[in-house]
Design a protein around this ligand. Structure first.
Ligand code: ZN
Length: 437
């Protein structure tokens, strides 16, 4: 099923022609309406008519989160405030929040994009969706809210918190769809299992989860507990919000809304464009946004683009699930390593807990990575054979996932440091003189 079949199944040449036309227009629009881009584009000598092919996009300078932050709150707007009908902002864990500003047309396009993601996942007008994202400045809740209304589904703006009430609404309102973060969905799913009500009292069948990463194991757990089918979607305030890309029923990558967002993959270090299928940092140009367009926005998310046609009939390029953030990336012996890759191995290994630390050292001019991980119980410490087998198993799986030798150290339960808020899992000692030989 499709929401906008004509757009979603457009042939590649048609799509590229549409993107080129919109890109040219967008470059001129930014030049004329945003002083920041006026200066940037003038310096780079780029105007709309200089863009002859899509690959000419490489002559446009990148936009970074710092650029948006430096122009806080409204200097990235391309329209006067009287044309702006909505403001959102990201949480801003470091410094000022990132603002998003939307015209009426932006809101209309946005809900179309979310509607496509919802329909691709299997949502219909018969569904009753409970939105258990926190409402507020965050784009997730209102983004899904209007997208789901657009397909004619029933929307319950539950917001997050008050778990007992969430479960009561599931049962009493006959809720069939859940919108939440994966971690909240996991929590709710455990509560449902423990609620004591028979499974038939819950009609849930579909979960549209997003706004944070979700491991395969977590997804399986949520699906098992709730008896639902879960899909992932992707977006961020800098690019509108959710609806930038989303999984179809085949869950083999997230279809990008290519008529509205032009994706590229670059090498984080050099900024060079990568070939289709290669992994690197996702860079996105908005092609339709009026209120706050961005040109070549560096998302810091690491992924890959797959242009092969999909079984669902959609032609829009698929991006892999984000495998990491450039912020977290370590380069060890020339290999890009993300903590999330290591985490996925650890969470699926029996006998060890979720706490770990990564220590990078340089010895004899060689980098090496130590993975310290806690055992779940002290019992194992008494069996040398089992301990060795666990260590060896972890080492081998890490090697196949990372393509790198690691040193695995199993430590006693509760011996690693605990963190309030964002965990600091990487200890990079390579630039400390005592460690360098
Ligand atoms: Zn598909």
């Amino acid at each position: 099923m499709f929401f906008q079949k004509e757009i979603e199944t457009m042939s590649r040449p048609e799509m590229e022609a549409l993107q080129l036309e919109r890109l040219k227009r967008m470059v001129d629009y930014c030049y004329e309406n945003i002083p920041f881009y006026h200066d940037r584009l003038e310096k780079a000598g780029v105007t709309g008519d200089k863009i002859k092919t899509l690959s000419d996009i490489q002559y446009i300078p990148f936009t970074t989160k710092d650029d948006i932050r430096d122009n806080y709150p409204f200097r990235m707007l391309a329209q006067p405030m009287k044309k702006i009908v909505r403001i959102h902002a990201s949480s801003g864990t470091t410094g000022k929040p990132t603002v998003g500003a939307y015209t009426k047309q932006d809101l209309d396009n946005w809900s179309d994009q979310v509607a496509r993601v919802a329909v691709a996942a299997g949502a219909t007008e018969d569904d009753i969706f409970q939105i258990s994202f926190g409402y507020g400045l965050f784009t997730g809740a209102l983004g899904l809210h209007y997208g789901l209304e657009k397909i004619g589904a029933t929307v319950i703006p539950a917001s997050s918190g008050n778990t007992a009430k969430q479960l009561m609404m599931f049962r009493d309102f006959g809720v069939t769809g859940l919108v939440a973060t994966p971690s909240y969905a996991l929590y709710l799913s455990e509560m449902v299992r423990e609620s004591g009500y028979p499974r038939e009292d819950y009609k849930l069948r579909l979960g549209l989860l997003g706004s944070e990463g979700c491991t395969e194991e977590m997804r399986e757990q949520i699906e098992k507990n709730l008896g639902i089918f879960v899909t992932d979607n992707y977006g961020m305030t800098e690019l509108t919000g959710p609806g930038v890309s989303g999984e179809c029923e085949y869950r083999c990558g997230l279809h990008f809304a290519e008529d509205a967002f032009l994706p590229e993959i670059i090498d984080t270090a050099t900024g060079e464009r990568k070939a289709p299928g290669e992994s690197g940092e996702l860079v996105v140009t908005t092609l339709l946004r009026e209120g706050m367009p961005v040109l070549r926005y560096r998302t810091k998310d690491i992924t890959r683009l797959n242009y092969e046609p999909c079984r669902c009939g959609r032609t829009h390029v698929r991006m892999d699930k984000v495998t990491g953030r450039t912020d977290d990336m370590m380069i060890i012996k020339g290999v890009n390593v993300f903590p999330s890759q290591i985490e996925s191995v650890l969470v699926s290994t029996k006998g060890i807990g979720p706490h770990y630390q990564l220590v990078v050292r340089r010895q004899n001019f060689m980098d090496n990575l130590e993975v310290k991980v806690e055992l779940v119980s002290t019992e194992l410490l008494e069996s040398y054979g089992e301990l060795k087998a666990l260590q060896r198993g972890l080492h081998d799986r890490l090697k196949s996932v990372l393509g790198l030798e690691t040193k695995v150290t199993l430590v006693e339960p509760k011996s690693l440091e605990r963190f309030q808020g964002k965990a600091k899992r990487i200890l990079d000692l390579r630039n400390e003189s005592s460690e360098t030989k």
